[in-house]
Design a protein around this ligand. Structure first.
Ligand code: UT7
Length: 330
């Protein structure tokens, strides 16, 4: 006799939104600032253009706009939100958390609001935290935002880093809902997070309040990060899929952090993933750190690729190193 599945609280993605700065900077423009070329950037990274925040555009303003669009898409009133998590490494101020600034912009005065700092893995970390809080009843309706203005911490004389990053924001509304406890039900199925701080000096910012009393600039040993990225990303994706007992062929969409086209292609080859199942936006957005996953997800939902019921795997790796994956049925 087979038993009917029990019920479980699930964190369901009710809606999504995104926001980009007005200004687009092409590779051709960058080649006038540093010794680089469109050919090199496209061949080594897959990036053709990125958005750069102008005056008045900040992590807060982009994040708030993405949040408003996500709320509208979900059909949820701001007042229903009782948890705001902003994943960012480029907050408007050292404190208070950008999440509290966005909370004020949305007119919300209850619930919790805080930032999560896991660099490019920030959105995956924030999703995992929101999921845990929704499942344990600490919140009912969460706004998870990834928002970054990396252009403000780039060394615009360093061609090895300044060509790779861009600015932007993405957001998801997650609601706690009770569903049969199967992988066919909507919501987050699995979250897996990792960190290995031995590599903290391979991708970092050379400043901070407690050391230099400055903001600092991004520094990266690109080749080292690349090597670890392919291994760590493939491993955590396998871990998440194994936990949910699904094979790569059963995942409808892969929405990865957008760092480098060659990393995504290498991972796809390793795991036997069809490349047309990967949402890629890095050609237009560059690497927007914690914003890249929700930006890519929003684009693919709004253009009709990702549909309700689809199984989606999010993954990221970033400074720390940190890395992680989230498997969800949309
Ligand atoms: O989001 C967080 C995670 N971040 C990442 O995953 C980034 C991981 N790393 C990467 O994506 C790649 O390592 C890069 C795109 C950063 C670099 O690609 P690469 O194939 O690893 O190049 P490289 O660093 O080995 O540099 C190759 C050559 C060097 O010249 P030499 O030493 O061979 O003469 C660099 O000086 O390319 C040179 N180079 C450039 N040339 C033109 C480095 N940057 C540039 C540039 N334009 N912008």
């Amino acid at each position: 006799m087979t038993r009917a599945p029990g019920l479980a609280v699930r964190s369901v993605i009710a809606g999504c939104g995104s926001a980009l700065p007005r200004r687009v900077m092409t590779n051709a423009e960058l080649s006038k600032i540093v010794d680089t070329s469109d050919e090199w950037i496209v061949e080594r990274s897959g990036i053709s253009a990125r958005h750069i925040a102008g005056e008045g555009e900040t992590t807060r303003s982009l994040g708030a706009e993405a949040a408003r669009r996500a709320l509208a898409h979900a059909g949820v009133a701001a007042d229903a939100i009782d948890l705001i998590i902003v994943a960012t490494s480029t907050p408007d101020q050292t404190f208070p958390a950008t999440a509290t600034l966005i909370q004020a912009d949305l007119g919300v005065t209850h619930g919790a609001a805080f930032d999560v700092q896991a660099v490019c893995s920030g959105f995956v970390y924030a999703l995992a935290i929101a999921d845990a809080m929704l499942k344990t009843g600490q919140a009912r309706c969460a706004l998870v935002i990834g928002s970054e203005t990396f252009s403000r911490i780039l060394d615009w004389t360093d061609r090895t880093t300044c060509v790779l990053f861009g600015d932007g924001a993405g957001a998801m509304v997650l609601t706690a809902e009770t569903h049969p406890d199967t992988s066919e039900s909507p919501g987050i199925l699995v979250t897996r997070l990792h960190a290995d701080g031995r590599h903290h000096d391979k991708l970092y910012v050379d400043g901070g309040p407690s050391t230099t009393k400055t903001v600092g600039h991004l520094r990266m040993e690109g080749r080292e990060v690349f090597k670890h990225a392919v291994v760590n990303i493939a491993s955590v994706m396998q871990e998440a899929m194994a936990a949910a007992q699904v094979s790569p062929g059963q995942v409808d969409w892969f929405v990865p952090h957008q760092a480098n086209r060659r990393i995504l292609e290498g991972t796809a080859r390793k795991l036997g993933i069809r490349e047309d199942r990967i949402v890629m936006t890095l050609d237009r957005h560059g690497n927007t750190s914690a914003a890249s996953i929700p930006l890519a997800f929003d684009l693919a939902v709004k253009d009709g690729r990702i549909a309700r019921g689809d199984l989606v795997l999010f993954e990221a790796m970033g400074g720390g190193f940190t890395w992680g994956a989230v498997l969800a049925r949309y």
